[in-house]
Ligand binder design. Structure first.
Ligand SMILES: *Cc1c(COP(=O)(O)O)cnc(C)c1O
Length: 400
């Protein structure tokens, strides 16, 4: 089977929820992917910020192999050692005291929304205190509750009636949040840096201002770290850059080195709102996924990955800034923290992505005009240089 044959079969059997590129990756190692025809790609998308340790990191592979021969699944009616150890590790590395595990980012956000509502209800005795303020251009997932939380019309369209109780306000605007608070509000939910919305980095004081507001009005601060967590920004969690602690964070994407997992972390006080029967997940926190996550998290914190993300992030931004100076008509701005980097263009980025594919580099646009760089955190200087050389060549050929 070659690329063409796989595409034919895909068209026949796969629902069209994605506009897929004509590439069939079948093998990966580090920052490289190979397709079914043997073509090599330099991966600057990293599974959309999932492959923070690169493809098939040996520590993760070993953990999966060992766990797969020992115990793959076990019900949450029982105690699961790998899950308990992962919870302990994540709590020791964060503000949180307790963890809940599920299988995806959307599920982690669903859990956060339910926990915030239940907590507020328990605390105030008011059953109508369920409102959650989120940001315009946010992305929180594809389930109905998280679509309702997401501040993008293109994602909500066709699916109304949406879940009641979400208010969307401009990102990076503390006053807009305060103006939207009512007696019904129970929480504010934000991405510390917006991912799908175009790699939007807030002003330095924004999250501290939101934290203050939440304290003043007795609201929970939920941070969606599904994309920016797990070392992406050069710190294990993005909130650490902003000198605040949230009440709840959600994680997924890179948490288990590529194996599906989601997690919600919270303080003891907030976590007590969940009691047996209020929430759950059949697969959430299963031995296989949590063993992979334990290996991934340990590798990130013990093998200098955070430093690499910070250093390579600075290097990549520097190189992109050089391109910015060289192509000021096409490139508007380079922004980001660590290896969460966006390059805003004056034109749609689709053709640049396509040209990248032809020349062996996987690029991505988000929000149409923003090239997003979320490579594995283990990316080397040489690999950055190679991507920049290819991107330079593509930009050179564009006339606007
Ligand atoms: C990817 C993403 C999600 C959704 O995660 P899934 O695992 O696809 O459900 C939620 N929030 C943010 C910020 C994301 O980037």
């Amino acid at each position: 089977m070659n690329t063409e044959k796989w595409i034919e079969k895909s068209d026949k059997y796969i629902m069209k929820t994605y506009g897929r590129y004509p590439i069939v990756p079948v093998r990966g190692k580090g920052c490289k992917l190979w397709d079914v025809d043997g073509k090599e790609y330099l991966d600057f998308l990293g599974g959309v910020a999932v492959n923070n340790l690169g493809h098939c990191h040996s520590n993760v592979v070993k953990a999966i192999q060992e766990q797969a021969t020992t115990l793959i699944h076990c019900s949450n009616y029982y105690q699961i050692p790998q899950q308990i150890e992962l919870a302990e590790l994540l709590c020791s590395l964060s503000f949180a005291d307790k963890a809940f595990f599920c299988n995806s980012g959307a599920e982690a956000n669903e859990a956060a929304i339910k926990l915030a509502r239940k907590y507020s209800r328990d605390k105030t005795g008011k059953s109508d205190r369920y409102g959650i303020i989120t940001a315009t251009d946010s992305f929180h997932g594809r389930t109905l509750a998280t679509v309702s939380a997401t501040g993008q019309e293109k994602i909500q369209r066709f699916f109304d009636p949406l879940l009641h109780g979400f208010t969307h306000v401009a990102f990076d605007d503390v006053a807009a949040i305060e103006a939207a608070i009512t007696d019904d509000t129970c929480a504010v939910m934000l991405e510390p840096i917006q991912g799908e919305g175009g790699v939007n980095v807030p002003s330095p004081g924004y999250l501290a201002g939101v934290r203050e507001l939440c304290n003043k009005y007795g609201l929970l601060l939920i941070l969606d770290e599904v994309q920016v967590g797990m070392g992406r920004t050069g710190k294990l969690f993005a909130y650490e850059h902003f000198g605040i602690t949230p009440d709840i964070i959600t994680l997924a994407k890179a948490l288990a080195g590529g194996v599906p997992i989601g997690a919600m972390l919270a303080t003891d006080d907030v976590a007590t709102a969940f009691s047996p029967g209020t929430h759950g997940s059949t697969f959430g926190g299963n031995p296989l996924a949590t063993a992979a996550a334990l290996a991934a998290v340990r590798t990130i914190v013990e093998e200098g990955i955070l430093n690499s993300a910070e250093e390579m992030g600075e290097y990549l931004v520097g190189e992109l800034e050089t391109l910015h100076k060289k192509y000021p008509v096409i490139i508007k701005e380079v922004r980001g923290i660590g290896l969460m980097i966006g390059m805003a263009l004056t034109i749609p980025g689709g053709d640049i992505v396509k040209a990248g594919h032809e020349r062996g580099v996987l690029l991505n646009t988000t929000h149409d005009t923003v090239l997003r760089f979320v490579p594995p955190l283990i990316v080397s200087k040489q690999e950055v240089n190679e991507m920049i050389r290819i991107l330079d060549g593509i930009l050179k050929e564009i006339t606007v």
